[in-house]
Design a protein around this ligand. Structure first.
Ligand code: HEC
Ligand code: HEC
Length: 454
């Protein structure tokens, strides 16, 4: 009797103990999950809104804000109207607009030729990737840029260029060069490159929409003297700018950028310091190579130290957010599923694309670089990077960046042109029908939420 009582007590105690353990574990998992969620949410804010103090460059040195506000508001020139801003590819976040303004925009009651409206939009924090700083009288005191400028767009839900934010999408409408060329003072670039303002402006205007040259301030090489594809010269003095790539679908990918400069956090630190001119620390002794990177070596870009560091503490959250961005799946009726499934078989077998673009990553797990000869193009851009190679581009979400072409410099206008190139380069002997099937497969790639049109 006594024994039985003790046994049942033991059972109750151990049951209670087990329950407590389970509850503790659940609480710990929840706490962990919410910490992770917090990190990602923090990263989203940084990606969208953080300038890392770069307004001291864009406003403070280039005085870009003066060109934006125009003479009438204490700046210089005619000012930038919303129509002009949209023309150079800037995007407006509909989520930041009050309902009354949305209604007026829908009814065409907003004067899109008035620079005052641009200032109002900046005050609402509605211009994607551009942060305005204001004086007490309402005029602009400075302007800074964020990652979202180049790596976000909008879904045009209200009007072309005005809609819901799409983080991670490459803004292939954005004419970075034309925007920078508006600056009243380009002397930082003149000094760095050792040329006059007219030359800086010529280079900036050579980029065109959807492109930016991240290596210009390292090597001063603005033009590819000879673009060669499959042994044929396809252009001379082609702009050295590269297409803006998406910042989604990068989890699991080893080396980033068209030429594999490093990991996501490497490149984030690089861009925030060297391109955006935020305040931080940056270390990369590869930039001390004066033969390859004369400007970077002379200016110590591989050893940047700042008394205030507004970048390094933000790298973990920024990294987490980027890895959370999946490559969106294409809208349902945007490709032919039967052709795509035939294309998949070709991709993996006859066309052998999968030997480099290994599914489901679509780049190599591990060292994902190739020589220019391997992929049949000139070495200009590869030679501007530490490893002198091209990175196997991850292909998920290709359908979101068909504007501006394909490969790092957009040399192939369409996916069909890309496939034709591989057919020539590797002697694949693909029929027309097989090429079409491959293209349908490329259009179908993505693993995130379905694209907008559904
Ligand atoms: C002025 C436009 C611009 C801004 C601002 C910008 N980027 Fe980029 N980004 C580019 C371009 C262009 C490349 C390609 C560079 C290359 O290959 O040389 C790139 C490449 C990348 C890549 C590599 C993508 C891949 O496919 O591997 C990542 C990641 C990235 N940027 C993240 C960021 C983050 C984070 C920020 C903010 C800290 C940022 N970028 C700010 C234009 C920009
Ligand atoms: C030897 C490795 C290799 C093979 C095989 C290969 N690719 Fe590529 N692919 C690359 C590299 C490297 C790049 C980046 C080129 C650049 O940046 O200029 C690339 C780029 C691309 C792009 C452009 C992506 C973009 O964002 O612009 C597409 C599309 C593509 N490949 C499709 C294919 C298809 C289809 C096949 C098979 C017919 C194939 N690839 C075979 C290495 C390869």
């Amino acid at each position: 009797m006594l024994k039985q009582e003790r046994f049942s007590k033991l059972l109750i105690y151990s049951g209670a103990g087990l329950l407590a353990l389970v509850l503790l574990a659940v609480a710990a998992i929840q706490a962990g999950a919410s910490q992770t969620a917090r990190l990602v949410a923090e990263g989203k804010q940084i990606f969208r809104f953080d300038t890392f103090g770069d307004e001291d460059f864009w406003g403070g040195q280039l005085r870009l804000h003066e060109a934006i506000e125009g003479e009438e508001f204490g700046g210089v020139g005619p000012g930038v109207s919303p129509a002009t801003a949209l023309e150079v590819g800037l995007k407006v976040d509909v989520g930041a607009l009050p309902e009354s303004l949305r209604r007026q925009l829908r009814r065409g009651q907003v004067d899109l030729d008035d620079p005052a409206v641009t200032l109002a939009l900046l005050k609402l924090n509605a211009v994607v990737g551009v942060q305005g700083f204001f004086n007490s009288d309402g005029s602009l005191s400075s302007v800074g840029i964020t990652c979202a400028l180049c790596h976000s767009t909008v879904n045009d839900s209200l009007a072309p260029g005005i809609g819901r934010r799409l983080d991670g999408w490459a803004n292939r409408d954005l004419n970075v060069g034309a925007i920078v060329a508006l600056s009243p003072d380009l002397s930082p670039f003149e000094t760095l490159l050792g040329v006059d303002r007219a030359t800086v402006v010529t280079v900036l205007n050579s980029w065109g929409p959807g492109k930016f040259d991240a290596e210009l301030v390292l090597d001063g090489k603005a033009f590819n003297p000879q673009q060669v594809t499959d042994g044929v010269v396809t252009g001379t003095n082609v702009s050295g700018a590269t297409l803006i790539p998406p910042a989604f679908g990068l989890a699991g990918v080893n080396l980033h950028t068209w030429t594999g400069w490093g990991s996501v956090p490497y490149w984030n630190a690089f861009v925030a310091n060297i391109e955006m001119h935020g305040k931080g620390n940056f270390y990369d002794p590869r930039l001390d190579n004066a033969d390859q990177f004369p400007i970077a070596a002379a200016n110590g870009f591989g050893h940047i130290e700042s008394p205030v560091d507004l970048i390094t503490p933000k790298l973990p959250a920024l990294h987490a957010y980027q890895l959370s961005l999946l490559a969106p799946r294409p809208p349902k009726r945007s490709f032919d599923p039967e052709a795509a499934s035939r294309g998949q078989a070709l991709f993996e077998d006859k066309a052998d694309c999968a030997s480099c673009h290994i599914p489901p990553l679509f780049t190599e797990p591990g060292w994902n670089l190739h020589t220019p000869e391997e992929i049949g193009i000139d070495s200009f851009q590869a030679d501007r990077s530490p490893d002198l190679m091209y990175r196997t581009a991850p292909l998920k979400g290709l359908w979101t960046h068909t504007k501006g072409g394909f490969y790092h410099d957009g040399r192939f206008a369409t996916l069909r042109d890309v496939v034709n190139h591989y057919d020539t380069h590797f002697g694949l002997g693909l029929t027309d029908a097989e090429k079409s099937d491959l293209v349908e497969y490329l259009k179908s790639l993505g693993d995130g939420p379905r694209g907008d049109d559904d």
